[in-house]
Design a binder for this molecule. Structure first.
Ligand code: SAH
Length: 360
């Protein structure tokens, strides 16, 4: 792992960025499109293998640029087929990506920041604090590495790992552009999902620039409770958040907002709160995803009992809201929601070795 000044990383560019980079070199925009394809469609990082580039252009590229992918330092399969990769970004930072296979889908859950600044009271990432934003290269690099390791294409990508995607706006938009590009991963707008705690101005900006699907961490039906669980609510309360999410759908009948709702015993799981939630979502095309709380050391919360989760779900379903309960995946390898970590100091190689996976 190099920790000094490095060359320009071509993983940082979406189609527009790549075209203008090549034009800046005095080459052609189509050279940029070809390189995008080599990197993301064919997994090629060596300029000499990019046979449709002229020799002088390859030489020029080698002098100033490279395709630098995150390095896997550790990987761990779970009993249920979930697979976690710990990626090293630089001397101080690591992130985790989680592959979640399902019968008809292969989903990768990726991170957008190292740590998180939002301080949601039930999330273990919040407890580590915020370290830094990821670059576009580090975000799309997680997808690149997963496809290389799996030897097959992903069908879905969710930005539901560490970090708040809308607090790292430009790199997230660049990376999601690459995911959706026909020259790269070809994922439709329905198959790339950003999960956000609800940064309203960024949501409005996103609507102008992107069409990715939206999952919103709601977790409470009233401002009073949401202020405690998701403190960004004090800045962007429900009366601003809900209409902004509805607007994001642009009236597209195929689209719905996915509302994430973590089930916390005795905190947000009563029948009364289910009713309040139904009222809150009236008029917004919605899906609700109930997430059983995943505990972590030091937390004061408990997960709602399964019967309570089911009763809560039934109430929403009766009101006509599509509601699913998220199956907890990868629990045995600490890969479940809210359990991802990123600080190197929490994860020395020795500790990783003792946790039963493969150190690379
Ligand atoms: N910052 C983004 C992505 C966060 S992680 C966001 O807020 O949406 C994805 C989801 O996992 C969020 O809904 C988050 O609230 C939830 N989550 C966090 N900690 C959790 C935990 N311990 N158990 C279950 N879900 C959790």
């Amino acid at each position: 792992m190099q920790c000094t000044e490095q060359k320009i990383n071509l993983l940082d560019f979406d189609r527009r960025g790549m075209e203008s980079f090549f034009e800046g070199l005095g080459a052609k925009a189509f050279n940029g499109r070809n390189v995008l394809k080599w990197i993301h469609k064919h997994g090629v990082t060596d300029f000499d293998a990019m046979t449709d580039l002229s020799k002088p252009l390859r030489g020029q590229l080698k002098a100033i640029a490279e395709v630098r992918v995150p390095e896997i330092v550790f990987e761990q399969p779970a009993l249920d087929g979930t697979h976690k990769w710990v990626l090293e970004l630089d001397c101080n930072n690591r992130i985790e990506s989680v592959f979640i296979p399902e019968p008809n889908r292969s989903t990768l859950c990726i991170s957008s920041q190292v740590g998180c600044a939002l301080d949601c009271s039930f999330c273990s990432t919040a407890q580590q604090g915020f370290n830094r934003n990821l670059t576009a290269a580090e975000i799309i690099g997680q997808v690149w590495v997963a496809e290389r390791e799996l030897g097959k294409s992903l069908t879905n990508v969710v930005l539901m790992g560490m970090g708040e995607p809308l607090a790292n706006f430009d790199p997230v938009v660049t990376a999601t552009n690459i995911m959706q590009d026909d020259l790269a991963y070809m994922l439709s707008k329905y198959r790339v999902t950003i999960s956000t705690s609800g940064i309203v101005p960024a949501l409005k900006q996103l609507k102008a620039l992107s069409e990715v699907s939206l999952a919103v961490s709601l977790h409470a039906p009233t401002n009073e409770l949401r202020d405690q669980l998701v403190p960004i609510n004090r800045k962007y309360p429900l009366e601003e958040l809900i209409p902004a999410c509805r607007d994001y759908l642009r009236g597209d009948k195929r689209r719905k907002v996915t509302w994430e709702y973590v089930m916390l015993d005795g905190v947000n799981d009563s029948d009364k709160q289910a009713k309040q939630l139904i009222r809150l979502l009236e008029g917004t095309p919605s899906k609700v995803n109930l997430i059983p709380f995943n505990p972590f050391p030091g937390t004061g919360y408990r997960c709602s009992p399964p019967e309570r989760i089911d009763a809560f779900r039934q109430r929403l379903v009766k009101a006509g809201i599509v509601t699913t309960t998220r199956k907890t995946r990868g629990e045995d390898i600490d890969a479940a929601c809210g359990q991802l970590v990123g600080r190197v100091k929490d994860q020395s190689r020795r500790e990783l070795k003792h946790s039963g996976g493969v150190v690379r």
